[in-house]
Design a binder for this molecule. Structure first.
Ligand code: MN
Length: 301
């Protein structure tokens, strides 16, 4: 292992009881929470998911005849400095770059969504290019400032990915809540594809797969899939910082993920599953769905 990993990554016990890395697709907890504007708590997600995962059946939604957990290993949690955004993003990008260089890919469990900026940089640095950024989220996270006066936050980081990491293409899936200026900005980008939550719901599986395949096949090079669990409807996933009504059902999210991983799986260098917030999850209502999501991503990857 390289030095950043040895130095910064720790854990007490493992997700689903899987082996520590090792071999397999590494799962890394990133409890970053420095720029949250509404309900805090995402920093507790990796540890809550880790401890509760021991008590669930490890069954993915679709039986492909494989054990998804055999593919995975647990890297532990990245240790961060509370409140130090720039330093944490740098630590994330350096460490995840080493992780991708060592294992080829990574699944990151957030933490707040801002961490995906560090992941995007890590993907570019390890691969030498950065092709498709896929943003599955109720929000576009592309504001110029949010809250007003704050240039880097969970609501603006995609603009930083665009300006600093320069993806060849961006895909926004499941959004339904945005500022007029940011939607104009992302629609105006040369290589952006936008499907709102309503669009996703109106498309059948064939149409959705065709569209996703079209984007993925148009670009060679690494894919970064970033999933904010607030893309789901608050009725099934209330445990998020910024809930929005008319979200996707789990089956609709799964159709998206399956299409991306079916067509682009071998090129996916990072999957981020972010914004789960245990303190905002009454009775841990969202947790079984988050755990299923991790299993399903592994199953299709
Ligand atoms: Mn969001």
């Amino acid at each position: 292992m390289s030095s950043n990993i040895d130095f910064y990554v720790t854990s007490q016990y493992t997700l689903f009881g899987i082996p520590k890395c090792g071999r397999g697709i590494p799962i890394l907890g990133i409890p970053m929470e420095d720029t949250v504007s509404f309900r805090p708590g995402t920093r507790f997600a990796p540890s809550v998911i880790r401890s509760w995962s021991q008590y669930f059946e490890f069954t993915p939604t679709e039986d492909l005849g494989i054990d998804p957990l055999e593919k995975a290993c647990d890297l532990g949690d990245l240790s961060l400095l509370q409140g130090m955004v720039d330093k944490n993003l740098e630590r994330i990008s350096l460490t995840v770059r080493d992780v991708i260089n060592t294992w080829g890919r990574v699944i990151n469990i957030g933490g707040e969504h801002t961490l995906s900026l560090g992941i995007a940089k890590a993907v570019r640095e390890s691969q030498g290019s950065y092709s498709v950024y896929i943003h599955v989220d109720a929000h576009l996270d592309s504001r110029e400032e949010w809250p007003m006066g704050q240039v880097l936050s969970h609501a603006t980081f995609v603009r930083h990915i665009i300006n600093q990491v320069k993806p060849q293409s961006l895909v926004f899936l499941g959004f339904r809540s945005y500022d007029k200026e940011e939607v104009k900005f992302v629609r105006g980008l040369e290589n952006s594809v936008l499907l709102s939550a309503r669009d996703v719901r109106l498309m059948n599986d064939h149409e959705l797969r065709l569209l996703i395949r079209g984007v993925i096949d148009s670009y060679a090079g690494p894919i970064h899939l970033s999933i904010d669990v607030d893309v789901l409807d608050p009725s099934i996933a209330p445990g998020v910082g910024n809930p929005e009504g008319f979200g996707l059902g789990y089956g609709e999210l799964l159709r998206i993920i399956r299409a991306i991983l079916d067509y682009g799986g071998s090129r996916v260098r990072a999957v981020d599953i972010v914004e789960y917030s245990p303190p905002n999850d009454p009775g841990l209502t969202s947790l079984p769905t988050i755990i299923k999501l991790i299993l399903d991503v592994l199953n299709y990857l």
